[in-house]
Design a protein around this ligand. Structure first.
Ligand SMILES: Nc1ncnc2c1ncn2[C@@H]1O[C@H](COP(=O)(O)OP(=O)(O)OP(=O)(O)O)[C@@H](O)[C@H]1O
Ligand SMILES: [Mn+2]
Length: 587
């Protein structure tokens, strides 16, 4: 549909090909090639005489709006192997306990020492933990000498901890979201024949069109080293997590988002608030959200959650928080200073956007765009006079390539000033949810509770939906997209966000152990967040989260742990044991 970019990569005759069409906001669907060209979409093919081009061209002329299924990845059904290789065992009796995580190659003595260097004050919050786990989070023997290394990075220590290095099964082919199509695949599907049949000879127009539009000359091959960071990010998405924290590409991806020349900027459709889709010369894209509120401003207490602004720093901080919790379910987000005049106004092809630019009485360049909320001259986004703080989130693969399913959260709010949602009226609400697919099976319920913990910590009340990648069926992580309404107030907490945890009294063991770890003084969530956020380029302008927001994190973390403890005092199967077999393998 209009405003959506399509990205495809495949291998044909041994060379890696890529075609990307950027459908600018408000423009038409791709039709035959010439109209694509006219609509300003860019298509790149490495060699003008390459059969890739013919292949691609034939697809477009035959089936205008949906080319990707033939290209990058087949939309296979879930592979049963995945069910076997993961530990889905739980502490409840209905789950099988025979599924164990494979032996950890990383059970490293050094890490264990670091863990033992931790110290926990106060009452025994760990009564539920095994002796082995107490040792892991440093709570086992409080008399143990604290071996804290002075001046050492808490963030580094956290990520070195065994709880952040849990063994994963080796991803099998179907566990990846996308894969590069091989010659063999092409032969299997008969598409090479189609290529020959549909070969179109006049491709010169295409080649030059791409270059004219300012895109880089692409030199990608099947060698991953030649792939741009955004493509490596896409190819690294698995059914377990959106990215691997240890992947060196992550740093490259954020650096690239923060520094690449901006080639295009159009309004992104979907959702209710102003946001832009940014294009880069290497065909990557990012979702831009502008600064809306100074760091220490608090959202007006008389505003409902659904009337709140989206904040760029909330998107950035949410990415860091999700990563620190060990979830890895938010696309990388980075802050950046842009020039609204040269990097949006002068380059945009989106007339609905460009029409809304004006110079404010203070002489600043402002715009407001067109959307449902806050897109009016009364709520402008303004440079100083041109410079604007924004967040840029790495875009997920296009929906045509990797369709996603959107799920309405069972604990969705009413989005009404007067009505209550069902979960607010019925104390046994979770009993019904627990019996309803997909929450009655696998990890979906505890995934949702992970998300509630994340949202409570950052006080995000706006989680009406969540998404999953369709390819992975119901056995996959939840995408935590759209965090712009988090971190609105630091002086207040919103206990109702924890309703899924409170009402279901269920939590993943690995999550709980990490939360305990983050509550220990030798780590402390606020300290780790401060350190993590300092890595963002915008930190030099001002810390991404003010100190009151950081201390709110510690306070809220205490509340989460308290809720779990209360649950444990009243229930027996609170812990969902996703670490079955872990003790054995690391002992
Ligand atoms: N990084 C991303 N890559 C690809 N698509 C994304 C990304 N982030 C968000 N989206 C998609 O864009 C849509 C709109 O984004 P977002 O939810 O942030 O906007 P919004 O205006 O806050 O929406 P809403 O009003 O529904 O809260 C989302 O529903 C999601 O499907
Ligand atoms: Mn939103």
């Amino acid at each position: 549909s209009a405003g959506r970019a399509s990205q495809s990569v495949w291998i044909l005759n041994g060379s890696l090909c890529c075609c990307i069409s950027f459908l600018q906001h408000g423009e038409t669907e791709p039709g035959p090639i010439h109209s694509l060209h006219l609509s300003g979409s860019g298509v790149f093919v490495p060699h003008s005489s390459s059969p890739c081009w013919h292949f691609f061209a034939s697809l477009f002329s035959r089936q205008p709006a949906s080319f990707p299924p033939l290209l990058l990845h087949p939309f296979q059904k879930l592979h049963t192997r995945r069910h076997q290789s993961v530990s889905h065992s739980s502490s409840s009796s209905d789950a099988s306990s025979s599924h164990k995580l494979p032996t950890s190659p990383q059970s490293d003595e050094r890490h264990k020492l670091n863990a033992n260097a931790l110290h926990h004050k106060g009452k025994d919050l760990f009564s539920w933990a095994t002796e082995r786990e107490k040792k892991l989070i440093g709570a086992g023997d409080s008399k143990k000498v604290i071996q804290k290394v002075k001046g050492r990075s808490k963030l580094e220590a956290l990520f070195n901890h065994p709880l952040y290095n849990l063994p994963h099964p080796d991803p099998q082919e179907d566990d990846w979201l996308l894969r590069v199509k091989t010659d063999e695949d092409a032969r299997d599907t008969g598409s090479e024949e189609e290529v020959r049949e549909n070969a179109i000879n006049d491709d010169s127009q295409w080649h030059s069109a791409s270059e004219e539009e300012g895109y880089d000359k692409v030199t990608w091959t099947s060698d991953v080293e030649t792939h741009p960071p955004w493509l490596r990010f896409h190819l690294g998405i698995s059914c377990w997590e959106l990215y691997n924290r240890k992947d060196h590409n992550l740093a490259q991806l954020t650096h690239y988002l923060a520094t690449q020349r901006i080639l295009g900027a159009v309004q992104k459709t979907g959702g209710t608030q102003l946001k832009l889709l940014i294009s880069f010369p290497n065909y990557g894209q990012a979702l831009l959200k502008p600064i809306r509120q100074s760091r220490d401003a608090e959202t007006d207490v008389n505003l409902f959650y659904f009337s709140d602004f989206e904040r760029h720093n909330a998107e950035i901080a949410a990415f860091h928080l999700d990563r620190l919790l060990g979830f890895n379910r938010i696309p990388p987000v980075v802050g950046r200073l842009i020039n609204v005049t040269t990097e949006i106004r002068e380059i945009t092809t989106d007339h609905r956007l460009s029409r809304t630019f004006f110079t404010s009485p203070a002489g600043n360049v402002c715009f407001y765009g067109q959307c449902e909320y806050y897109c009016a001259a009364e709520h402008p986004v303004c440079g100083q006079p041109h410079v604007l703080e924004v967040s840029l989130a790495a875009m997920l693969p296009d929906l045509t390539l990797a369709p996603r399913r959107s799920w309405r959260s069972p604990w969705r709010r009413s989005y009404s000033r007067t009505k209550l949602a069902p979960w607010e009226k019925d104390l046994t609400y979770c009993d019904t949810v627990k019996q309803t697919p997909p929450y009655n099976h696998g990890t979906r319920l505890v995934d949702l509770i992970d998300m509630a913990v994340l949202d409570f910590l950052m006080s995000n009340m706006d989680r009406h939906h969540y998404e999953t990648f369709e390819k992975f069926g119901n056995e996959t992580f939840l995408l935590h997209l759209d965090n712009g309404r988090a971190f609105g107030r630091h002086s207040q907490d919103e206990p109702s966000i924890l309703a899924p945890l409170q009402q279901c009294c269920r939590i993943r063991r690995s999550t709980l152990l990490r939360l305990h770890l983050l509550s220990l003084p030798s780590f402390r969530l606020s300290d780790i967040m401060r350190e993590s956020l300092a890595q963002d380029p915008l930190a030099v302008v001002a810390p991404l989260l003010s100190e009151p927001h950081l201390s709110a994190l510690d306070r809220r973390l205490g509340t989460v742990l308290q809720v779990v403890q209360t649950c444990q005092e009243q229930n027996s199967d609170v812990i969902y044991n996703d670490l079955e077999g872990y003790n054995d393998t690391t002992a």
